[in-house]
Structure formats: structure tokens, C-alpha cells
Design a binder for this molecule. Structure first.
Ligand code: FES
Length: 365
């Protein structure tokens, strides 16, 4: 018993001292001005020490991908920190492979700028911009999914590939005193570069989705950053299978509109999984592409239709329906958008039927 009490006291003292160190660092640490050397002297930034590398770069208009807004939970913000990054933190390890760790890859949101740094930034990231935009239209697609159209103000147009995503920044609202950024796939056609559309599903207690669903109004001004991501259609002759439910429809809609504009004649099937009729949206719109495209089929499948739904369509899980549509698995490419669990399960179903693993592309959220 005595040992247990001594142990608890020791743990308590350690926790207290750690807390004091964090507070002291927040209050008193002064790292002064630090230099960030990018790509062997290609750019040199002078920044005030103390912030994360991710936000220090963003303040200098260099935007690194981030889906979690710097909370250390998405693993998107990887950068090579050649020198000055300090020791690897436990929060970074789950997102880095042994090869990346050996190669000095770090999560830029977890690296604090405390001294001069030497880093490497891929050239394509310098093209990412921050846009000022006006909310042009908000549509209720379902009870928990909204479609938002933004008019880009400054810069007033964007160049992106269908399938890429943007980061939307919130403003202070209600009890939320800090701006956060979250990633959302673009649902509009790249051939309309002046307006940008996003599809956003409400996440219970989600800071950004609560703001979008309960506070954001038409004509409000917002900040968007991007485009990011390498989820886009590969230029081959393979058949295409799209699989995405909920707000995962956003990048697929953009891809289909863009493929239509390009006169694509590839065979395409879009499996859209939902629970019940109340979760379906843009159904007629996507069905209309069956007449426009040479070989396109839109296949909504409900897992739990409700009694009053009078649903005459397909039911159950998505995978048992694959065989009817995927006739040449080895010559098929799949584009999946959804949760990691859905992507793992569907990828396995596709590879089991013969779709090559390296022809399965996904956007996981
Ligand atoms: S921004 Fe998400 S882990 Fe760094």
C-alpha cells in the first residue's frame, strides 16, 4: 500500500512538473528570429520562433497539405527537415515509415521552430494558393449534407485536377475562439475555374462542419487554400469503377463532369452506397450522365432502406453487386472515396476479383 502511495505521488509530481514546463515554455520561451532555409537556399524565410513549422510556412504563403488543421492526426503535412528539427516526437511516429524516419521526414505541424532550420519543400507545393471567396449558394442535399458554391474573389480563378481537395478555414463562432482548417474535396468541374463547390456532411461536434451547417450564410466571405492531393483520373483506356457514399461523392462528381467534357468513352460504373432513401442526393443529376456518356451506369445501393421508402432498387452491401458490372477486372481502375475501413474492405473485394492493386486509387477521410 505504501509503495502504491509513493508511486502515485511520484507520478503526480512528474505530471505537475511536465505541466509547469509546458506553461513556462508558453509564457517565457523566446526563440527570437529564426531562419528557414528551403531547398538548399532557393528561399530563405525569417520567422519569429515558437510556432509550428506548418504555420510558419503558411504565414509566408507556403501551404503544406493538412486535413486536420495541425492537430497531428492526419499525417498529411510531411516534409523533409534536413537540419534543426529536434528529436522526433511520439506523436509523429505512427505516421512515418522507417524509411521516412531515416530520411528525416517529419510532420511539419509537430515540429516547432526554435532555431534555424533547413528543409525541403516539393516544387509543386509552391503553386498552392490561399483564396478569398464569397459563399454564393448553400443547398441542403440531405438532412446532414450541404452543397456549397463559392465565388472566388482573390485570386478569382483556380486551376485544379478533378479529385483534388481544398482546405476551408473557419472563423470564430459561438464558443469557438480559434480558426481551424479542414480538408474537403472539390465537387465542381475544373472547367469552371471561377466557382468552386464543396459537399460537406455534418460531423457531430465537428468544429468546421458545425460552423458550415449552423453559422455560415450566403454572401459570407471565407478563406480556402489549395488545391491539394493526388487523387485524380489516370489517363488510360481501362474501365473505371467509382465507389463512394455520403460526401465522398464530391470528387467523383467532379471527375464525371470533367470526363464528360473531355469526351471520354471509357466504360464507367459508379456504386453509391447509402443507408436509406433519405441519404440519397443528386441521384437524378448523376443518372442523367447515363444518357450523356457513352457507357456510364449509376448504381445506388441501400443497406437499410426504411419501410416507407418503397425502395425498388438494389440493397445490401456494395461488393456482391460488383460481379454484374466489372467484367474485365484486370483492365479496370477503381477510384474510392470514404473512410479507411470502407477503403480497406472494398480494396480487398476488388483485388480478390482480380483488379490489380496498383489500379486502385483512393481518397481516405
Ligand atoms: S496537419 Fe495533420 S498531421 Fe500535421
Amino acid at each position: 500500500m505504501l509503495i502504491l502511495i509513493q508511486l502515485l505521488i511520484a507520478v503526480g509530481i512528474t505530471a505537475f512538473l511536465s505541466l509547469m514546463l509546458v506553461v513556462a515554455e508558453m509564457l517565457f520561451a523566446n526563440y527570437g528570429e529564426c531562419e528557414i532555409d528551403i531547398n538548399k537556399g532557393e528561399k530563405k524565410l525569417k520567422v519569429k520562433g515558437g510556432s509550428s513549422l506548418l504555420s510558419s510556412l503558411a504565414e509566408n504563403n507556403i501551404f503544406i497539405p493538412s486535413a486536420c488543421g495541425g492537430r497531428g492526426s492526419c499525417g498529411f503535412c510531411k516534409l523533409k527537415v534536413v537540419d534543426g528539427g529536434g528529436p522526433l516526437l511520439p506523436t509523429e511516429k505512427p505516421f512515418l515509415s522507417p524509411a521516412e524516419i531515416k530520411d528525416n521526414v517529419r510532420l511539419s505541424c509537430q515540429v516547432k521552430v526554435k532555431n534555424d532550420l533547413r528543409i525541403q519543400v516539393p516544387e509543386e507545393l509552391f503553386a498552392i494558393k490561399q483564396f478569398k471567396a464569397r459563399v454564393k449558394k448553400i443547398e441542403n442535399y440531405t438532412y446532414d449534407i450541404k452543397g456549397l458554391t463559392f465565388e472566388l474573389l482573390e485570386p478569382d480563378s483556380i486551376h485544379f485536377k478533378a479529385g483534388q481537395y481544398m482546405q476551408l478555414s473557419t472563423v470564430k463562432y459561438g464558443k469557438v475562439k480559434q480558426s481551424v482548417s479542414r480538408a474537403y474535396s472539390i465537387s465542381s468541374n475544373p472547367n469552371n475555374p471561377k466557382d468552386l463547390q464543396l459537399i460537406i456532411r455534418r460531423v457531430p461536434d465537428g468544429i468546421c462542419t458545425t460552423w458550415v451547417h449552423d453559422y455560415l450564410k450566403e454572401n459570407d466571405e471565407v478563406k480556402l487554400t489549395g488545391p491539394f492531393g493526388d487523387f485524380y483520373i489516370r489517363d488510360t483506356d481501362n474501365d473505371i469503377v467509382f465507389i463512394a457514399g455520403g460526401s465522398g461523392k464530391a470528387p467523383i462528381k467532379s471527375m464525371i463532369e470533367n470526363l464528360y467534357d473531355a469526351g471520354c468513352e471509357r466504360k464507367m460504373t459508379y456504386f453509391f452506397g447509402a443507408r436509406a432513401v433519405k441519404d440519397l442526393y443528386l441521384t437524378d443529376y448523376l443518372k442523367s450522365y447515363e444518357d450523356k456518356l457513352k457507357e456510364f451506369t449509376y448504381v445506388p445501393i441501400l443497406s437499410s432502406p426504411e419501410k416507407d421508402d418503397n425502395w425498388q432498387g438494389r440493397t445490401g452491401f456494395i461488393m456482391p453487386h460488383f460481379g454484374e458490372f466489372i467484367k474485365h477486372p484486370a483492365q479496370t481502375e477503381a477510384y474510392l472515396c470514404g473512410s479507411p475501413g470502407m477503403i480497406n474492405a472494398v480494396s480487398k473485394g476488388l483485388t480478390d476479383m482480380g483488379v490489380p492493386e496498383d489500379q486502385i486509387y483512393y481518397d481516405s477521410f
